[in-house]
Design a protein around this ligand. Structure first.
Ligand SMILES: [Zn+2]
Length: 140
């Protein structure tokens, strides 16, 4: 089962969440009366968390690329006229471009626009979960 407060995965026998110390035994008893544990919901939750991680990591990389981009004019100012400038500038520019590309790819991956199977893979568990829930409700 999963902690309803912080979504930590807990053992079925757990009485308290080891992350936020929520009393999950009582809530678990109520939930078991409402519906059975659904593995598809856990999978969808993991996909959602992974999407959020990709999105924030992509944003972080784009921000880093802009930071490195800011270092280029600083390097020009500090090393103006010295031999070191020739080696540092292309490296910084290349690094900024690389970070920008990686960040953009992660942001697109988070939206599912470059992972072609992504829309189907997170639509399918929802439909399966709904079907299972309906058939379970009908069987009661
Ligand atoms: Zn918790």
């Amino acid at each position: 089962m999963y902690c309803p407060q912080c979504a930590t995965h807990l053992a079925a026998t757990a009485t308290r969440c080891h992350e936020c110390n929520l009393d999950v035994q009582r809530i678990g008893q109520i939930l078991r009366r409402e519906e059975r544990p659904d593995p598809a919901a856990g999978f969808a939750g993991q996909m959602q968390r992974w999407k959020q991680q990709r999105s924030s990591l992509g944003t972080l990389l784009v921000m880093c690329s802009l930071l490195v981009g800011c270092l280029i004019p600083i390097a020009v100012g500090v090393f103006n006229g010295s031999d070191a400038l020739g080696a540092i500038l292309p490296a910084l520019a290349g690094l900024a471009g690389l970070l920008m590309v990686l960040g953009s790819m992660l942001l697109m991956a988070a939206d599912g626009t470059i992972l072609t199977g992504d829309d189907h893979s997170h639509a399918a568990p929802d439909e399966t979960a709904q079907r299972e829930h309906k058939s379970y409700a009908a069987s009661r």
